[in-house]
Design a protein around this ligand. Structure first.
Ligand SMILES: Cc1cc2nc3c(=O)[nH]c(=O)nc-3n(C[C@H](O)[C@H](O)[C@H](O)COP(=O)(O)OP(=O)(O)OC[C@H]3O[C@@H](n4cnc5c(N)ncnc54)[C@H](O)[C@@H]3O)c2cc1C
Length: 424
């Protein structure tokens, strides 16, 4: 699979995958057929790295899918795209989950330094030397390719938590450091889901027969997973009850909001201007890459490379498309001199969802927001879907038809079945 981090390659991959987004996806998506084009990995889109980087948008993906399939024919794939939007909206209403993850991760990393037994177990796991064949294979696949199939992520997280009994936050951090699609919302909430913290008391237990069945198409054959924790494993619990806070979302941007010269800030989660559909051209394009902020640890080659090159390609393409200068807002450097040098006082900033990109950029941006100098860009699909992400996915699933119609993505001809779409 060619994971070149450009918008053109993301659109190519989307076009290539489209014919399979209907029944074929629904029937075959659970199989982890291993990496490589020669096998069956084409049963899933592998679009997540481009989606996370904002090189392509969920709206573009849904539009393309619905140009070739009926909403019912592609309902499983459409639902999965909405899982991504759901997790974003859910975390946006409970940002303390992210803050507590960061604190818990730091404490868990410190505990490794204080406990050599724990450190040895962690090192064995992250080097793929546990003796659980399937797990060890996925560790190598993750670190060597930057991608894991969804089912493998679920089994991996389950084995990490319930068999290896390692802190879930260390596993989530390991994923963030190595996944090209590393995403604060999808990753943190999926790990919590496996642990039994997202849907309280309902955890996910990996089973050897299930792993063997769904990995039978891998080039090396079905993966073995002996001595896994079974049904006796208890879901994790926690003291905190994360209450929902009210969403405060920006209104759609009007031409008048961008009438004065402004700089467009591209960041790791919005690396390309095209999905933003700006009504007016910026006078300056600023790249603000903060991919290293996702973890105190070292990032994997593919994770770092995809993030950095995605922003570099989007930045260059924006400057060329708008015929304007480009500047880099480097980590640790102040933003003000860049703006002063260009004689610009206003900014357009793609919405910064809860996560490390926001954590890294917000301290500099917040005063400008307070002074009314920042226009925040948020797509219609997020603005309309996030309010439905109050609790379980079902709230979003049953709204999908209306959301697609509201965002102009489809007509209301045939409805998507909310019961089917609620199943993972
Ligand atoms: C423990 C764990 C950690 C995860 N961490 C991440 C992460 O950091 N970043 C990330 O993007 N996804 C994460 N996922 C969700 C999911 O595994 C990936 O989005 C999916 O495997 C990406 O591959 P794909 O593009 O081929 O997906 P496809 O099956 O082709 O689905 C199309 C798109 O729908 C979205 N999607 C699909 N499944 C899910 C899902 N279960 N949850 C949320 N969105 C989904 C993705 O944007 C994906 O690109 C995680 C899942 C688990 C169980």
């Amino acid at each position: 699979m060619d994971f070149t981090p450009t918008r053109a390659r993301g659109l190519d991959r989307l076009a290539q995958f489209l014919p399979a987004a209907g029944r074929r996806y629904a029937d075959t998506r659970n199989a982890d057929n291993g990496p490589g084009d020669g096998h069956g990995r084409n049963n899933v889109s592998q679009l997540s790295p481009w989606l996370h980087a904002g090189l392509i948008s969920e709206t573009e993906v849904l539009d393309a899918v619905l140009s070739q399939h009926s909403p019912r024919g592609a309902e499983k794939f459409i639902a999965e795209v909405f899982w991504r939007i759901y997790f974003k909206g859910y975390l946006e209403q409970r940002p303390a989950i992210w803050d507590d993850f960061c604190t818990g991760r730091d404490n868990a990393l410190a505990a490794l330094d204080a406990n050599s037994g724990l450190r040895a177990a962690y090192t064995k796991a992250t080097e793929g030397r546990t003796g659980i064949e399937a797990f060890d294979v996925w560790v190598h696949e993750l670190t060597e390719t930057g991608y894991l199939h969804n089912h493998a992520r679920m089994w991996f997280a389950s084995i990490w938590i319930f068999t290896l009994k390692l802190d879930w936050r260390l596993g989530a951090d390991f994923f963030l450091r190595h996944l090209m699609d590393a995403d604060a919302a999808s990753n943190t909430l999926s790990w919590r889901w496996v642990a039994g913290l997202h849907t309280k008391g309902k955890h996910y237990i990996a089973r050897a027969d299930n792993i063997a069945r769904y990995t039978a198409g891998r080039p090396e054959g079905a993966l073995a997973a002996a001595r896994l924790a079974g049904d006796e494993a208890e879901p994790l619990t926690e003291q905190q009850d994360y209450g929902r806070q009210k969403l405060d979302l920006p209104a759609p941007v009007r031409d008048a909001d961008l009438a004065k010269p402004f700089a467009l800030v591209l960041h790791d989660e919005a690396a390309h201007h095209a999905p933003l559909a700006l009504p007016t051209a910026p006078a300056l394009v600023i790249a603000a890459g903060r991919s290293g902020a996702r973890s105190p640890g070292t990032l994997g080659f593919h994770a770092r490379g995809f993030a950095e090159d995605a922003l570099a390609s989007g930045h260059a393409e924006a400057a060329a498309a708008f015929g304007c200068p480009a500047a880099v807002w480097a980590e640790g450097a102040p933003l003000a001199p860049l703006l002063a040098e260009a004689g610009i006082t206003r900014l357009a900033v793609p919405y910064l969802p809860t996560g490390w990109t926001r954590d890294a950029l917000w301290p500099e941006l917040a005063p400008l927001v307070g002074e009314g100098r920042v226009v925040t860009l948020l797509g219609d699909l997020d603005r309309t879907t996030w309010p439905h992400a109050k609790a379980g996915f079902f709230g979003v699933a049953k709204a999908i038809d209306g959301l697609l119609a509201e965002c102009g993505t489809r007509d209301e001809a045939s409805k998507i079945n909310p019961v089917l779409t609620a199943r993972r």
